[in-house]
Design a protein around this ligand. Sequence first.
Ligand code: GLC
Length: 473
Amino acid sequence: MKVLYVASEALPFMASGGLGDVAGSLPQALRRRLIGCRVVMPLYSTISQELKDKMTFLTSISVPVAWRRQYCGIFEAKANGVIYYLLDNQYYFKRDTIYGHYDDAERFAFFSRAVLEMLPHIDFRPDIIHCNDWQCALTPVYYTTMYAKDPWYQGIKMVFTIHNIQYQGVYGKEIVSDVIGLEGSANILEYDGDINFMKGAIECADKVTTVSPSYAQEILDPWYSHGLDTILKARRWKLQGILNGIDTVSYDPETDENIFANYSAADRSNKKLNKAGLQENMGLPVRPDVPIIGVVSRLVDHKGLDLVKAVLEELLNTTDVQFVVLGSGDWQYENFFKGVADRHHDKMAIRLGFVPSLARKIYAGADLFLMPSKSEPCGLSQMVALRYGTVPIVRETGGLRDSITDSGDGHGNGFTFKSYNAHDMLDAIRRAITAYYNREYWPTLVQRALDCDFSWGKSANEYIKMYNQLLKD
Ligand code: GLC
């Protein structure tokens, strides 16, 4: 079986969030299970020179973008045993940031079309094309409307995975003739008076998946669906949720070079050195006896930060605790956390930005990891935290609900709360802190966290089962 995995970001070349992690690690796991899996992504100018030097130029083609044709260079590189194709066009991909440009619709229409156009020019004819998120949502749409009947392309199955339904690629109708070029079949993309890339993929793909079973249920509900519940309900038969895994080779406290001292599930005595290192690094009092709660997150609404905003000062005023935040995003949260850190400099510290090496120091050095998301398609940080023996406090939603259970029953691996309510969250935090001070119980819980297995094994097998089923149909 041959799978072409299509994503707008994939490690080790580029990641701005969880999609890049998944697109970097799932293909490796599939390959280890003897599935031929290759990855295709844009060749962004911001990819490091060291990685660019390892790419080889295969050929160039010209790709239709509505009424024009654009150059597309095809480069190949091998990383972690997986072959990557990187599609080059400097007009589209020579930018400071990978998303957020006025012409994103055109940039990713180009990419989605180029994925199909390049196939006859490489030595890999996929049985399955697996697309991810709105940036490659037009690939199944182009396939269905323009390529499916061509004898060379016939029979390829299309999988579309939703990593976050909030970002759908919604534009005005004028982009059909100017950018997409599907005038005859625009109805496939129309939704609610707009053009909606994700809706088109949901209609055209043979299978639609999301990154956790709970999220697959949740997005049928308007509270979570950002308007797409009706279309998803009508196509419920092709919807499935498969929980993500994490790259347990990259995220391994035994070998991670970014942390202060290495440790493992078998010998976690060095974890305390990471706690001291983190406290010092963040300018907090170095105290082994106080619980540290870590947050590593984009600072945006759906991560549940309004709950934190509502009760953080109450927590800090009444409790001996340290609170460490790494992230960036909405200025209201950045300002809020900076303000609290100024007022409580011995209890709270924040670092703005996306700093993977510091994130790892927090996973390793904190005692508790807070993720109170309003919605969370999967979430990888809670799994990484467990891998580093740091106990998650999460809201029961999406992948958080599918990976973390409350330890109140004597078996769970974290602390959870259900309603999207600040004091319910605060209650879970207080239970976690009480557990931390229980010197007999706490080591058992930390060990249970370290013993959890969120490697790709089970999930990669589920993907393979799904691919096989599709090829049989
Ligand atoms: C998105 C989701 C996150 C998920 C990740 C990888 O970033 O918001 O929940 O873990 O994609 O699938």
